[in-house]
Design a protein around this ligand. Structure first.
Ligand code: DX5
Ligand code: ZN
Length: 217
């Protein structure tokens, strides 16, 4: 079964408790939290204290997606805030990705690497045996509600091929523009974790939506 993470980015921030409750009971496997710093991406969201408070309202494991420069400054804070997975961008750690991944592990979390739509999977090949997850961005990070970029399927197929050839078990996650149609393409290409943002938030039938995404094979 395919796993689903729900992103709260497009939720009503004045009603987080209600939104978190609906995610908590939706049947999704993860709460996906988008952390933006206004530097790495042209938008800002929230920090570790907010994550800590949200974890009290939602019992799902936290999948923390850091879209920030110098993520090494905040690994400890997000780990202590309750993150299960911490994903950093390859593009934000060009000189120190090894150390950042080690730091995530030392703080008791699962490390993930995210790549933007225009980054070749080849760039992260040397790290694939050290990580639990690869997040292929299927839109340019920064905003919810964008259109899925088809060409990212090439990276996904490549990542899936390496996983099989090298007998590895990292999860392949996609984030951005996911709906039933793009989800099917992703799962057929090897994805095991789908992030749903606005598709979930805008839906009137959230539990059914999660179930249908999980049933994509
Ligand atoms: C984009 C974020 C995504 C976003 C996805 O930078 O990383 O998690 O919330 O939103 P949708 O599903 O609306 O494209
Ligand atoms: Zn995200």
């Amino acid at each position: 079964m395919t796993k689903v993470g729900v992103s709260i980015l497009s939720a009503d921030y004045m009603n987080f408790t209600t939104e978190l409750k609906s995610i908590n009971q939706s049947g999704a496997e993860y709460l996906h939290l988008d952390i933006m710093d206004g530097h790495f991406v042209p938008n800002m969201t929230f920090g570790p204290e907010m994550v800590r408070q949200m974890s009290r309202e939602c019992s799902l494991p936290l999948d923390v997606h850091l879209m920030i420069e110098k993520p090494e400054r905040f690994i400890k804070e997000f780990a202590e805030a309750g993150a299960e997975i911490i994903t950093v961008h390859y593009e934000a750690c060009l000189n120190n990705l090894d150390e950042v991944l080690s730091s995530i592990k030392e703080h008791g979390c699962k490390p993930g690497i995210a790549i933007n739509p225009d980054t070749s999977a080849e760039k992260i090949k040397k790290y694939i045996s050290e990580i639990d997850l690869i997040l292929q961005m299927t839109v340019f990070p920064g905003f919810g509600g964008q259109k899925f970029i088809e060409s990212t399927l090439d990276n996904i197929k490549q990542l899936s091929k390496w996983r099989e050839e090298e007998n590895l078990s990292y999860m392949i996650e996609v984030d951005g523009g996911i709906n039933f149609s793009t989800a099917a393409d992703c799962v057929n290409s090897g994805v095991d974790l789908l992030v749903a943002g606005s598709f979930f938030i805008d839906s009137d039938n959230k539990n059914e939506l999660v179930k249908e995404l999980q049933e994509q094979i």
